[in-house]
Design a binder for this molecule. Structure first.
Ligand code: PEP
Ligand code: MG
Length: 747
């Protein structure tokens, strides 16, 4: 870097800072800034284009082009050289601009006289805000040093825009993070809710992007890096919490934290006039741009690491967002890139809605949100960069649409939606005490899924006949150490007491796959969903299984008890698990503790193989519960968490229904009750089909009981079976269309 440019750049930033400090309107500031940059870069033209809306750029200030063009000249994203810079987020540096691909002549600006063009994206953390352009008559390419200096200026402009420095009356500039924005995502949990944004990871705000004391800033940077290195080392040596996967990530972190080139780049940014935090953010922005453009999965992961590390560094430098974070607003709507089930449980039921940039319908975080009936939209791309803590937000979990900072029209249309939702709830509550009996008098038992003490009040509210699936692992996930037997026993006793004699079916610990206990060192596995999980862990670590079974028996305290084992694949696994249970029973008896007056021991059918188990298996189990979420992913070989493949395969596909029919038939022959407890049981059309093929018991999230019961009470099950049979005979791939059409004539 030539000294001259360095000092010029710093001088320019110093002037910019003074311009910013002046008490002036946004437009005045912008005018001053373009004048300063043109002067400093010795170019005839300097212009700033900002986004008017996500597709349109607007000339917002210029030195050198026709003044009348300001706020008149607009171009679409990708249009002309300016549009290209914004779209590709790359610098365009052309000595002969009119000869460049995509050059667009704009007569109102009088720009034909300028031959060289250098356009720099104004961006902040992967979010493009506009384009900074310099042009000159002389046909020359700008040097690397000049481009670099302009990048530093663009970075400062981005920070200023973020801080709202260019908003003002008459300026008509797009105020960042103030405009209404709509996001289209995927529905993961239905329902509508209105509230305020609560960011899982709040953005760090850099309030001092410029500094004229590079030595002090470099010292701050070095100190921050040092403390970052130390914290990464601590994470690495903390054997109790670090899994092998995490270790790999932390090792990558350490590599970056020690990276000389990263440090050198940031120091050079500081030499050019940026503050330490602005330098971190500049490099982070560049990395994000590369991340968004890279198709290489490995590189994306590494860049993701760098992104995370930069955030940590920014928190150290600014002292923001450490530990506790922002306070939860009223009606909080959680906005996050992604979230695990444990973290979601930490936030608790007070959330009104959840919006994720990533996420998947089959994940356990989604299951938690569904269990709590919290509207959830996933795949809402870009929301974490746009949303600010406290922003008004509407989540439409029917359409998969999210309105951030909605205008009045959207707001009032949404109020109608909320009112409709309340009316539907009222309709369902009127049948709460009624049984789910079809027109032809077939009674279907509707149970609810639960996992926390806090779920139990829904037993009354939903009209469920009992708890068909109690996911015991949720209790393990919300703690930071393995719960003790006495604690568990007390908890299970409270669950049974609040069920007030209704049946609660406890599933033993189902960990592994995406349910990772923070205090248990997981195995490194290439494919955890098909790995060491659920009953496999229970049988290999019988101590934990026995401890849990003992807690359950003690909690039952002589009353009836229902237990089922998750993810049973072979008869031998069921037998081995039952043998553990028998050992525990014998021990309890020896100790003189009361045994359950009635003990039902079931298996979850979650892998296709169990449906083909020997006859004796169906005779030995007291009941079977179909875990459709897992069963479907193995039946179709389609990861339940992978949105790319999950949706391709319909539950009502003839092959899957025939398989379920076969299993129901085997249970009937053995006189073994069977129920369905996967998420599909809570979808009215699916629930109807399950009932039509012979299921007499369904377990679902509490909020689904009303809609499912409402439909079942309207239909004649024998007719529904005939519709399914006919659709199957007709050669249809799925019976969905035939059943949906038939249902629409009944309601
Ligand atoms: C299932 O797989 O359908 C099930 C109920 O268990 P989980 O979703 O907890 O894996
Ligand atoms: Mg399962």
């Amino acid at each position: 870097m030539a000294d001259k440019v360095e000092t010029e750049s710093r001088k320019l930033l110093g002037r910019l800072r003074r311009a910013m400090a002046e008490d002036s309107e946004g437009q005045e500031r912008l005018n001053k800034i373009v004048e300063l940059i043109a002067g400093s870069m010795q170019t005839e033209v300097c212009s700033i284009y900002l986004f008017r809306d996500p597709e349109t750029l607007e000339l917002c200030a210029t030195e050198g082009l026709a003044a009348e063009a300001v706020h008149q000249t607009r171009m679409r994203l990708g249009e002309g050289l300016v549009g290209r810079v914004a779209k590709t987020r790359r610098v365009v540096n052309a000595a002969d601009a009119p000869a460049e691909r995509g050059f667009r002549y704009m007569p109102e600006t009088g720009e034909e006289r300028y031959s060289s063009f250098c356009g720099i994206p104004i961006q902040r953390l992967g979010d493009t805000l506009g384009v900074l352009v310099v042009q000159s008559k002389e046909a020359r390419g700008f040097t690397m040093d000049e481009v670099y200096a302009l990048e530093v200026v663009a970075m400062v402009l981005a920070e200023m825009a973020e801080l709202g420095a260019f908003i003002g009356e008459g300026a008509a500039l797009s105020a960042r993070h103030q405009q209404p924005v709509m996001f289209r995502g995927t529905v993961a949990q239905e329902g509508a809710s209105a509230g305020k944004v609560f960011l899982h990871e709040p953005r760090v705000v850099v309030t001092n992007p410029i500094s004229d004391d590079p030595e002090t800033e470099k010292e701050r940077l070095r100190e921050a890096i040092e403390s970052l290195r130390m914290s990464v080392d601590e994470m690495l040596t903390d054997q109790t919490t670090v899994s092998i996967e995490q270790k790999k990530v932390f090792e990558a972190y350490r590599m970056f934290a020690n990276s000389k080139s990263w440090m050198r780049r940031m120091e050079a940014d500081v030499d050019n006039g940026l503050s330490a935090e602005a330098a971190v953010e500049k490099e982070q922005s560049l990395a994000r741009t590369r991340l968004n453009q890279s198709g290489d999965a490995y590189l994306r992961e590494r860049l993701n690491d760098l992104d995370d590390l930069s955030n940590r560094l920014l928190r150290i430098l600014t002292g923001q967002g450490s530990e506790t974070g922002a306070e939860m607003p009223d009606n909080p709507i959680l906005v996050a890139r992604n979230i695990g089930p444990g973290e979601l449980l930490d936030y608790g039921k007070s959330l009104r809605g959840i919006v994720l940039e990533e996420g998947s319908v089959g994940s356990h975080a989604t299951i938690v949100a569904r269990a709590w009936a919290i509207p959830l939209v996933i795949n809402a791309k870009g929301i974490t960069t746009e949303a600010l803590n406290g922003d008004p937000i509407l989540v439409d979990g029917e359409q998969g649409v999210v309105h951030l900072r909605p205008d009045d029209t959207v707001q009032s249309a949404f109020s109608d939606k909320l009112a409709m939702q309340t009316r539907a709830q009222e309709r369902y509550s009127s049948i709460r005490e009624e049984p789910a009996t079809t027109r032809d008098d077939v009674r279907i038992g509707l149970f609810m899924n639960a996992g926390l003490m806090a779920d139990l009040p829904s037993l009354k509210g939903s009209g469920a006949e009992g708890v068909g699936l109690f996911r015991t692992e949720l209790q393990f996930l919300i703690r930071n150490q393995m719960p003790r037997r006495a604690e568990l026993s007390a908890l299970y006793a409270r669950v049974m007491a609040s069920a007030d004699g209704k049946r609660v079916c406890f599933r033993t610990l189902d960990i592994g796959s995406d349910k990772v206990l923070p205090y248990m060192k997981p195995n490194e596995e290439p494919n955890p969903a098909m790995g060491w999980r659920a009953i496999r862990v229970g049988l290999d670590k019988p101590g934990i299984l026995r401890m849990q079974l003992q807690a359950l028996i003690r909690a039952a305290d002589g009353k009836p008890l229902s237990v089922m084992f998750p993810f049973v694949t072979l008869r031998s696994e069921f037998r081995a698990a039952k043998a553990e249970l028998n050992k525990v029973l014998a021990r309890e008896q020896r100790l003189g503790n009361p045994l359950p007056s009635k003990l039902e021991v079931g298996a979850m059918l979650e892998t296709p193989s169990l449906g083909f188990a020997p006859e004796s298996f169906f005779e030995e189990v007291d009941f079977i519960s179909v875990g459709g979420n897992d069963l479907k992913q193995f039946f179709y070989a389609a990861d339940r968490e992978n949105e790319l493949v999950r949706k391709r395969y319909d539950t009502l596909n003839v092959g899957f229904l025939n398989y379920l029919k076969m299993v129901v038939g085997r249970c009937e022959a053995a006189g073994t009750p069977i129920s369905f407890c996967g998420e599909d049981a809570g979808r009215p059309i699916e629930a109807l089909c399950f009932a039509a093929i012979g299921f007499r018991s369904l377990s679902m999230r509490p909020a689904s009981i009303g809609p499912v019961k409402h439909l079942l009470r309207q239909v004649n099950l024998a007719e529904a079976s005939a519709v399914i049979d006919e659709a199957m005979k007709s050669g249809a791939q799925s019976v969905r269309e035939a059943v949906t059409d038939w249902v629409s004539t009944r309601l």
